[in-house]
Design a protein around this ligand. Structure first.
Ligand code: BES
Ligand code: MN
Ligand code: MN
Length: 457
């Protein structure tokens, strides 16, 4: 066995325990009450990086949550440089009562570790730290230069990382970026993701009368903000799934026939998907497969609606206000800024009389396609193949990672999206978990990746 792989296997129990420690820190970035925990989590990551021998480990304060950076530059100026990016922040845990065990008290069951952040993204970040530790322990050095960039605001749209990357482009200069924050194709079947969707996340606030009203005394004469909101929402999408916002599809990059056949070769996933989520029909735009709809077509979804009487029983009331949170997943070459503007204009246009509407842009991410023919991508393909003994699938994913486009536009470096999560590991939902087999396989693949990159230069 590869000496680094053997060393990893000997240390796996310790790594699992340390991952539990990482997962115990409730680093929920969106919750202002957790700010101190998020900061503590940044320090925890930095401490770990110092322990394994990284240099220049810095916790950078930002107007929001800290960014952790570190370097290992001893491979020298002639060796390639890889920038690893990941996030230590996590999503909120609600609904709490649906968790089998508390979200910040990690437990191992059936070869999986359960906790908020297990797969997204702490487990995947930590496996990289373990791989670096292993290589340093076995060889006393790394074959390439490595920089690490680990942020605490990915789950809220990376508002402070964007300016950080722009300002520190020189410090972050690299030949390739490595990210593990996506899913594998299926258990045992590794994939490299070459496309991520973007996001425009909006809030619509509808204001009607100056106070809640008796619906008998006023209903029929005064506009109801909830009815108005429903009317607005019903005009966003047609019944066949097309988004009706003016200019929404401008610039949408069509799939090439090459890509379509590539994605088709991955096989149908409709049955697994239906079984996974417990529905008997899938819906979507006519003319695209499920894989295409999820990875390469834009969508619009209502994430939540607020308003009116929601208690037990019946209350006859005409509410004064109503709100909705609406997000759109975007594809190349849509831009989050342009779509947010078009959405705002359209909502104003279709708002019925008698109410006033305010539209807010909460956050967003630009979509991205990464090149598939770079040396780094080949290094990753070979590494995954060697560890999993399976051909690597090239896929597009429906989720978003806000900073990835910047790696290309600001750092001019290709990104490799080599994820070790699984689609059904409940990211963002109760009972999030991470398969411990992939935890160690990810470490092994990462170690091989660095060796392959070193040899490809
Ligand atoms: N790890 C995910 C991104 C992801 C999800 C990639 C699924 C591929 C498949 C990331 O942590 C995430 O959740 N991103 C947010 C971004 C948003 C908050 C700006 C998302 O996609 O909702
Ligand atoms: Mn993530
Ligand atoms: Mn996430």
């Amino acid at each position: 066995m590869h000496p680094v792989h053997a060393w990893l296997e000997q240390n796996i129990e310790r790594f699992e325990n340390d991952l539990e420690e990482f997962l115990r820190i409730p680093s929920v970035s969106t919750d202002p009450e957790r700010a101190a925990d998020v900061a503590h989590c940044a320090e925890w990551v930095a401490g770990r990086l110092r322990t394994i021998g990284m240099e220049n480990v810095v916790v950078h304060a930002t107007p929001g949550h800290p960014i952790v950076t570190a370097e290992y530059l001893k491979a020298g100026p002639d060796a390639p440089t890889v920038l690893f990016y990941g996030h230590y922040d996590v999503q909120p845990v609600d609904p709490l009562h649906l968790w089998t065990s508390p979200p910040f008290e990690p437990v191992r069951r059936d070869g999986k570790i359960f906790a908020r952040g297990a797969t997204d993204d702490k487990g995947q970040v930590f496996l990289h730290i373990c791989a670096l530790e292993a290589m340093l322990a076995v060889h006393g050095s790394l074959p390439v230069n490595v920089k690490l960039l680990i942020e605490g605001e990915e789950e809220i749209g990376s508002p402070n990382l964007t300016p950080f990357v722009r300002e520190r482009a020189t410090d972050l200069a690299c030949d390739a970026v490595l990210v593990s924050d996506t899913a594998m194709f299926a258990p045992g079947k590794p994939s490299l993701v070459y496309g991520l969707r973007g996001l425009a996340y909006m809030q619509i606030d509808v204001q009607g009368p100056n106070r809640d009203l008796h619906s008998g005394s006023y209903g029929g004469a005064v506009a109801n903000p909830l009815n108005a909101l429903a009317s607005i929402i019903s005009k966003l999408k047609s019944d066949d799934g097309r988004i009706l916002i003016d200019g929404f599809y401008d610039g949408v990059l069509e799939l090439t026939s090459d890509e379509r056949s590539g994605l088709a070769r991955l096989g149908e996933r409709d049955e697994t998907l239906k079984a996974d989520v417990g529905v008997d029909t899938l819906v979507g735009e006519e003319g695209w497969t499920t894989t295409e709809r999820l990875g390469a077509r834009p969508t619009l979804d209502v994430n939540g609606m607020i308003g009116g009487f929601t208690g037990e029983g019946a209350k006859t009331v005409l509410p004064a206000r109503a709100s909705a949170k609406v997000s759109m997943r975007l594809v190349p070459n849509q831009s989050t800024e342009d779509i947010a503007r078009k959405f705002t204009e359209y909502v104003k246009k279709v708002t019925p009389p008698g109410v006033t509407v305010t539209v807010r842009d909460l956050h967003g991410a630009d979509p991205v396609l990464v090149p598939r023919d770079t040396p780094a991508m080949k290094a990753a393909t070979q590494a995954l193949q060697d560890v999993f003994g399976e051909d690597v699938r090239f896929t597009r994913e429906g989720g978003s990672i806000p900073v990835v486009l910047l790696f290309e536009t600001v750092l001019h470096a290709p990104t490799v999206l080599m994820g070790f999560g699984l689609h059904d590991e409940n990211a963002h939902s109760p009972d999030e978990h991470f398969d411990l087999k992939n935890f160690v396989a990810g470490m092994k693949a990462t170690a091989l990746f660095y060796e392959n990159v070193a040899h490809s230069s």
